[in-house]
Design a binder for this molecule. Structure first.
Ligand code: ZN
Length: 230
């Protein structure tokens, strides 16, 4: 009897932990695809523009940028972007303390990237990006604080926020890890440093796969989030 009790106990424990994992993934999936101002655990998100239906957004890629704005400039840059969504800049701005500002409606195309003009395969296979990974289909994230003269790497707080934010964006729009890029990988950029490279390397290394590999299928969101454990 003792053995049977042990077996039952083990089975109950296994079922409980499996259930917990599945529900964590499903909860994150639901959270990541929600409307309004979803708050992700481990991330401080300030919405200047609330979210709507992720299926209405055109994003198939994520491009990580760095900008020379000094520490403390993210909110101001995000406010300017919110007033004029089509100006040069990105949808999201990340302060040096890790605070994320969602500046523009998620359906608004901002002016970032340079048409995916890089084609030398120096960092990645550009046959899959050349003239293809553009502002029209890529959501941009700007990390401020590379000031002055692009000498400062992102802060540890920015790296930590980026890892959570990228998982959120991947899950929201169904973007696999190999569609997360440094700006410098898809455009010829500033020769003084590799813009976005340390960020994108870490983003890809976490290997996060959204619950649904291909977003916006005719059957809607069924099945999304199930495999979203890591
Ligand atoms: Zn850039």
């Amino acid at each position: 009897m003792r053995k049977l009790g042990h077996l039952i106990g083990t089975a109950v424990l296994a079922a409980a932990s499996h259930g917990a994992l599945a529900s964590d993934g499903a909860d994150f999936g639901r959270l990541a695809r929600g409307a309004g101002e979803p708050q992700v655990p481990g991330l401080r998100m300030v919405y200047l523009s609330p979210l709507g239906d992720p299926a209405a957004a055109p994003w198939k890629h994520i491009i990580l940028h760095q900008t020379e704005g000094p520490a403390g400039s993210a909110r101001g840059m995000a406010n300017a972007q919110a007033r004029h969504p089509a100006k040069r800049g990105a949808t999201l701005w990340v302060e040096t303390d890790g605070t994320v500002y969602w500046a523009t409606p998620e359906t608004a195309v901002t002016l970032h990237g340079d048409g995916a003009n890089r084609n030398d395969n120096k960092y990645i296979d550009n046959s899959k990006t050349y003239r293809q990974v553009t502002r029209a289909n890529s959501i941009g994230v700007e990390f401020v604080g590379n000031f002055p003269d692009v000498r400062r790497p992102p802060t540890e707080e920015q790296f930590a926020a980026m890892l959570v934010l990228v998982r959120f964006l991947q899950e929201r729009y169904g973007i696999p890890p190999d569609r997360v890029y440094a700006h410098n990988w898809i455009d010829y950029k500033d020769h003084r440093y590799c813009e976005g490279c340390s960020l994108a390397e870490r983003a890809r290394a976490q290997g996060y796969r959204p619950g649904l590999a291909e977003p916006k299928t005719a059957s809607g969101v069924a099945g999304r989030g199930i495999a979203a454990g890591q």
